[in-house]
Write a protein that binds this ligand. Sequence first.
Ligand code: G3P
Ligand code: CA
Length: 265
Amino acid sequence: MMKTKSLTHPWIIAHRGFKKNYPENTLTAFQAAMDAGVPMIELDVTLSRDRKLVVIHDATLERTTSGHGSVHDHTLEELKQLDAGSWFHSDFAEERLPELGEVLDLVDGRVITNIEIKSNAYEPHHPADAIEKQIVDLVKQKKALDAVLISSFKAEILMQVSAIAEKPALALISSDPADGQTIKLCQDLNAFSWHPDHRILTESQVEKMHAAGLKVFPYTIDTMADYLKMTAMNVDGVITNDPVSVQKWSIAVKPPSDVAAPITP
Ligand code: G3P
Ligand code: CA
């Protein structure tokens, strides 16, 4: 079970690390998010050509690295040579694409790591070293089963993880409103949380998910107006590129005693 008792409401989840001020999905961005005091970081994982777990959002290299072409067409060794920070600012030229294990070592269970498995890594024939199995094995090896939340847009990926006996908590990400089928899927998965695009979220959707026993963490909340809209809907936390601003908004709208109220599992 995910350790949640000491966490405070609403959860602030740092999207791709502290994405606003640092190059996304890098060790520096994750360290900065932890330094800012968030209880959870979010990251994206896919497979390299030699089937290693690489932390990167896009299927291609151009936007966030000095490389070209598909991530899947490069070995880890090739990917490790790329500059993953200069696109953001020249100060970050030394940044490299992290392996998932490096991030889990950096975090060392101090905050929850929300691992999003990218849909492009799904393999319908389910090989023995499928991404879902590799991730669960790694999380177990790092003794982080209670400090990881695995999420995906792709139901099939979550179903593969769900079929493994000992696994971390699960979350479904949705860009569309939840219908009865979505809620049933979440219940069948015994999911911990639902991560909707905030633009499609309504209070009634939050109520339905809460009634189904799920927490609701919308993405991506980067303005005070959106933050207030989400908290008015009674969401349990927000996924944000700017955790420091969200912390300020959170304190501005609630007395510190309320902000510190623990969230229960
Ligand atoms: O987990 C929520 C969010 O990260 C999903 O969208 O495209 O930023 O991975 P994306
Ligand atoms: Ca993501």
